[in-house]
Ligand binder design. Structure first.
Ligand code: NDP
Length: 253
């Protein structure tokens, strides 16, 4: 029997990057995946080869989350493994950071994470050996110039994770976070485009400049992040609780 046979994994932002890679890893281990995101369409268009159910949902809308969860439960039963991964990034000098941009980043990266976690809580507390894994960032552990809103949202996410981990320590639920450095995903492609537009460098040079922020000088592969999420989902990880696992090539060593 596969290690996650018939476990119901719900992944927000499951249609691209880290989320799609995570869905592929969990599905390969036997999990039934529900993939939430604003993009809709057949699963092949949403997350490549993964087996799962694509459910259109804007995670900033609590009612939409609840409707999407109902649809996910209808397909696969109660939620057992919740991967809160949907997120957006942006950059601006602090003096020019618009209040609307601050609100938008906090809404998707932090407030939506609260809603996604709280709406799944009854399933997770009634289930056996359940998980929440928040995809945070190294920006949640240290200051990030030109991205104060992004860093603040990810710091908040780690506060949410640690508080929940302690509050539910004696329940079937563990709550952890993954803190990647720069990962080779569409989000980083967008960052490279912004750097290229601002500096006049090529996109390739801009990607290299971004990769240089990781101590080993290369972008993290999304499969490297997905593998750690998969490991946290294993029954053998049940005593890992309240951890923020850094995957950044050694920058924080
Ligand atoms: P992607 O841009 O590929 O993935 C982001 C996902 O979030 C998309 O699938 C998108 O789906 C979803 N999303 C965004 N806004 C919403 C919304 N309002 N409602 C529902 N879904 C939404 O980038 P990554 O895979 O890199 O990002 C995944 C996570 O990893 C994010 O939380 C990011 O902050 C974090 N991270 C990324 C790093 C990197 O270097 N790339 C580094 C550290 C952390 P859709 O467009 O369909 O709505």
């Amino acid at each position: 029997m596969a290690v996650l046979e018939n476990r119901h994994a719900l992944i927000t932002g499951g249609g691209s990057g880290i989320g799609a890679s995570t869905a592929a890893h969990l599905a390969a281990a036997g999990a039934k995946c529900s993939l939430l995101g604003r993009r809709s369409g057949p699963i092949e268009q949403v997350a490549g080869e993964t087996s799962g159910k694509a459910i259109p949902c804007d995670v900033t809308d609590r009612k939409a989350i609840e409707a999407a969860y109902e649809s996910a439960r209808h397909a696969h039963g109660p939620i057992e493994l919740l991967i809160v991964n949907a997120g957006i990034a942006d950059s601006a000098p602090f003096a020019k950071l618009a209040a609307d941009d601050w609100d938008r980043i906090i809404a998707v990266n932090l407030t939506a994470a609260f809603h996604c976690a709280q709406a799944a809580l009854p399933d997770l507390l009634e289930g056996k050996d359940t998980r929440i894994i928040f995809v945070a960032s190294v920006a949640g552990l240290r200051g990030t110039p030109y991205a104060a809103h992004y860093a603040a949202s990810k710091h908040g996410l780690l506060g949410l994770m640690r508080s929940m981990a302690k509050e539910f320590a004696k329940s079937p639920l563990t709550v952890n976070a993954i803190c990647p450095g720069y990962v080779d995903t569409p989000m980083t492609d967008q960052s490279a485009s912004r750097v290229a537009a601002k500096t006049g460098r090529s996109e390739a040079e801009s990607r290299e400049a971004i990769a240089a922020f990781n101590a080993n000088g290369r972008l993290v592969h999304p499969d490297g992040v997905a593998t750690q999420i998969f490991t946290l989902c294993l029954p053998q990880s049940r005593d890992v609780n309240g951890a923020a696992l850094v995957i950044d090539g050694g920058s924080d060593a």
